[in-house]
Design a protein around this ligand. Sequence first.
Ligand SMILES: C[S@@+](CC[C@H](N)C(=O)[O-])C[C@H]1O[C@@H](n2cnc3c(N)ncnc32)[C@H](O)[C@@H]1O
Length: 174
Amino acid sequence: MNPANQMHHDLFERSLQHQAGHGNDCTVFPSPQAPLWATIASAMSVTRILEIGCGIGYQTACLASATAECLIETIENDPVHADLAQGEFERLALSDRITILRYDAESLLPNLDAPYDLVIEDAGIDYDKWLPELTRLTRPGGVLITSNLAGKLPNWDPRLPTEAMMIVRPQFSY
Ligand SMILES: C[S@@+](CC[C@H](N)C(=O)[O-])C[C@H]1O[C@@H](n2cnc3c(N)ncnc32)[C@H](O)[C@@H]1O
């Protein structure tokens, strides 16, 4: 395993350990798809990413490896998670490119300035209410990734997976 992958793997394991120790309400489920999202972000040459739900930083750190310059804002309302994530970003020398926004996502989203190349929702916010806002924040031609939207869509075929879904916002309408 190369050193960057090893660091990410270690952070994935620490996220699981944190969840096991933090109590029943802890919602840190590190995203297993994070390396794939980072590959897509790299292919898109992203410059600006918004993540909703930082946990202790696993997916954020993966995304930061997409390009050497991309800037990431990540929203986290649990102060324990935000503190642990900040420590991880400093240890990985990523804190100059990752900003943790310590707010409740649902109150902060309307105040954020679009556009982001990539928006990743991983906090379980109410999609019925917030999809238009997530779309506004994603630039035309950009990508919106939702962690739990698929299974909530009306008439979703139950044979299909219900977890992560990637939506490409068209560059042009026709
Ligand atoms: C599934 S975890 C994120 C996992 C992380 N992306 C990773 O891959 O390691 C969800 C996180 O969202 C945070 N969260 C939940 N609801 C939130 C809200 N309304 N605003 C901000 N953060 C929230 C939780 O505290 C938790 O850390």
